[in-house]
Structures are given as C-alpha cells and as structure tokens.
Design a binder for this molecule. Structure first.
Ligand SMILES: Cc1cc2nc3c(=O)[nH]c(=O)nc-3n(C[C@H](O)[C@H](O)[C@H](O)COP(=O)(O)O)c2cc1C
Length: 173
C-alpha cells in the first residue's frame, strides 16, 4: 500500500492534520493510502535503529516503508529546513531498498510566510540521492494555522485548487 508520512514527532502537529486531510481526499478518489506519523517512532530510535540495528518496535514501520511504492511526505519547516527527526527516520530505514526508485510527493507547511520552500529543496536532494522520483508539483502551504477549519479541513479556494491538482497528479504518478 502507498504511504503518507507526517514528517514530525511533535504532538498536536499541523503536519499530521494535513496528512489526514490528504488521506481523506485520496479515499474520496477511491485510493487507499496508509498513514505513518513520526510520533510512532521508538522514542529511543537513536540507540535502537541506526547503523544496522533493528528493534522490534521499528520492524512494523520498516514493513510499511518496504511495502510502499509512492510516498507522500508532509514536511513542516523547522529552523528553515525539514525536521531532524525526519532525517533520523530516513537514516534508520533499510538502505537502499526502502526508497530506491520509489516515487516521492512533497508538501511543505509552515507557520511563517515561506511554506518550507528551502526544506522541501533540501529534502528533494535527499530523495534524489536515494534515487527516488520526485513529483515535480511540490506544494508549499505557508501560514498553516489559518488554512484549516474546525474540522481540520482546508477551505481556502486557492489552496484547495492546488491540493486537488496535486492529488490528481499523485494518482496518475
Ligand atoms: C523546532 C521548530 C522550528 C520551527 N521553525 C520554523 C521556521 O523556521 N519557519 C517557520 O515558518 N515556522 C517554523 N516553525 C513553526 C512550524 O512551521 C509550525 O509548527 C507549523 O505548524 C508546522 O509544524 P508542525 O507540523 O509541527 O505543526 C518551527 C516549529 C518548531 C517546532
């Protein structure tokens, strides 16, 4: 099954809300996508799952990655780039088979004005290194706190237009 990754382990994150929104919209289009929040990572991942180690807690997460062919990354802007926990997660996954020649779709979000433009560029470089095919249509959603309604749905017509355009491309990708 394909996979949507919420790229932070911050509790109550907007990234997870956006990931759930994408999942819900894909279901409406008849697509079934799994969801992985980085809050699910083993808290001691630095000791248990780097440099060839593999814990029982990480094994089901690795299985989700291994089973996926397309991966949507929802990536918040942290200090002008993507979160360190996302890189730690990527480094913990089995190399190279986890991401090799798979398809990546990137969505940047931020509370500031830039929608993680730089972090998405940085993460594109990582995806390219891992030989992923990155969907050229990458979304940047700034001021995310003003974009979601009380049900955590997007409502701004301009944002919706871009999200629906991207979802159509994700399905065709
Ligand atoms: C450690 C940290 C660093 C952040 N750095 C930035 C930043 O450089 N630019 C920005 O616009 N927002 C920054 N933010 C705010 C996030 O963009 C904001 O929390 C947004 O909701 C997306 O992240 P979330 O998924 O954690 O909610 C930062 C947040 C955290 C926790």
């Amino acid at each position: 099954m394909n996979l949507i990754i919420s790229g932070t382990n911050r509790l109550g994150s907007n990234s997870l809300k956006v990931a759930k929104y994408y999942q819900q919209e894909l279901v409406k289009q008849g697509e079934n996508w799994d969801l992985l929040s980085l809050t699910e990572l083993p808290p001691d991942i630095l000791c248990t799952d780097l440099y060839g180690k593999r814990s029982a807690n990480f094994a089901p997460i690795q299985a989700k990655i291994s089973a996926s062919k397309k991966i949507i990354f929802i990536i918040p802007e942290y200090n002008g780039s993507y979160p360190g926990v996302l890189k730690t997660f990527v480094d913990a996954c089995t190399f190279p088979s986890s991401f090799h020649h798979k398809k990546a779709i990137l969505v940047g979000i931020s509370s500031g004005k830039y929608g993680n433009i730089r972090g998405i560029d940085h993460f594109t470089g990582v995806c390219n290194y891992m030989r992923m095919h990155v969907l050229p249509l990458k979304l940047h959603i700034p001021i995310i706190q003003d974009e979601l309604d009380e049900n955590n749905d997007f409502y701004n017509p301009n944002t919706l237009k871009f999200i629906h355009e991207q979802i159509a491309e994700i399905i065709a990708f």
